[in-house]
Write a protein that binds this ligand. Structure first.
Ligand code: FEO
Length: 167
């Protein structure tokens, strides 16, 4: 049976992953409406990944005898000043999610829930990748500068195409 404090932390995380999915969906739609195909494709894929993260937690909570409550998610922003500012937001958001996962790790240890502690390690590793890819995109974007947005968009499209081919 899932420890109640751990269950509460996981249910809160379901809300955060669902919000992340909607946030990236909103960013994807904004980029698509501006004709930025590569950027929007990267963000649509990211939104799917976040939904997968959410479902993974839902499945775990229910499997362990808890009840994965689904909240109404907060409205994400719909407008983004620039592509660079938007990716700064992505990076900040991923850091926020990493902190939240780390908090769950700490609760698992406090509550001696070593099963969930073991299970959550997948998310710990995933967050390293998520932060690294957001940071790498931000670095590229800074190098490209506003004048080369078209080239950056092609570049990120080829990153996504390569990732799809590898799956
Ligand atoms: Fe599911 Fe990007 O954190």
């Amino acid at each position: 049976m899932l420890n109640k404090k751990v269950e509460k932390a996981l249910v809160d995380q379901i809300e955060k992953e669902g919000y992340s999915s909607n946030l990236y969906l909103s960013m994807a739609s904004w980029a698509e409406s501006k004709g930025l195909e590569g950027i929007s494709r990267w963000l649509y894929a990211q939104a799917e990944e976040e939904r997968m993260h959410m479902l993974k937690i839902v499945g775990y909570v229910n499997e362990r005898g808890g009840h994965a409550l689904i909240s109404g998610f907060a409205q994400p922003p719909v407008d983004f000043d620039s592509v660079q500012k938007m990716f700064e937001q992505v990076y900040e958001h991923e850091q926020f999610v990493s902190n939240s996962i780390n908090d769950i790790v700490a609760i698992c240890l406090e509550e001696k829930d070593f099963t969930t502690h073991n299970w959550i390690q997948w998310f710990v590793t995933e967050q390293i990748e998520e932060e690294a890819s957001a940071s790498a995109i931000l670095d590229k974007l800074k190098l490209a500068g506003a004048n080369s947005l078209y080239l950056f968009d092609r570049d990120i499209l080829s990153m996504r195409t390569a990732a799809d081919a590898a799956e």
